[in-house]
Design a protein around this ligand. Sequence first.
Ligand code: PNS
Length: 164
Amino acid sequence: MAEISIAVYPGSFDPITNGHVDLVQRTLRIFDRVIIAIAYNQEKGGALFSVDERMATVRKVFESEERVRVDSFQGLLVDYAEAVSAKVVIRGLRAVSDFEYEFQMATMNRRLKPNIETFFMMTSESSFYISSRLVKEVAGLGGDVAAFVPEVVLDQLLEKFPRP
Ligand code: PNS
């Protein structure tokens, strides 16, 4: 029987945006399964949503897609990927500014575990300017972010930042 191809899509997803959703959908065209892995990222601090909240939200967004699994992880990404039998890590690239950080991370991950490959996907032209950070900033300042996030996230943002 042919081996099932599994890709891990790691990140903070605080919150998940339409850019992330687009990337997952495109990844599903290439891999059999995608595991969206939400990192307990101490370094970043100051998250708007808890990891549990983010997991529940992402599950809701992909509830009709049985090839998507949602999980969280602590520790090294490459150890997590190996533990779930994924050979590939997916990362999105929006602009040149993403490149240096992503290149460093991919290279470090390859040094740590050469059998795990990082695949970069170009974000679609409709979402290259969307980031979780900007979505939070705009929503926090009363701006309309309906075009940038799934509906369930929009509701949660409106709860956190009620509009007059
Ligand atoms: O969405 P983000 O915040 O850009 O995602 C960053 C993430 C979670 C992929 C990265 O911080 C990560 O892999 N963290 C896990 C810890 C780890 O493996 N660190 C070494 C990376 S070289």
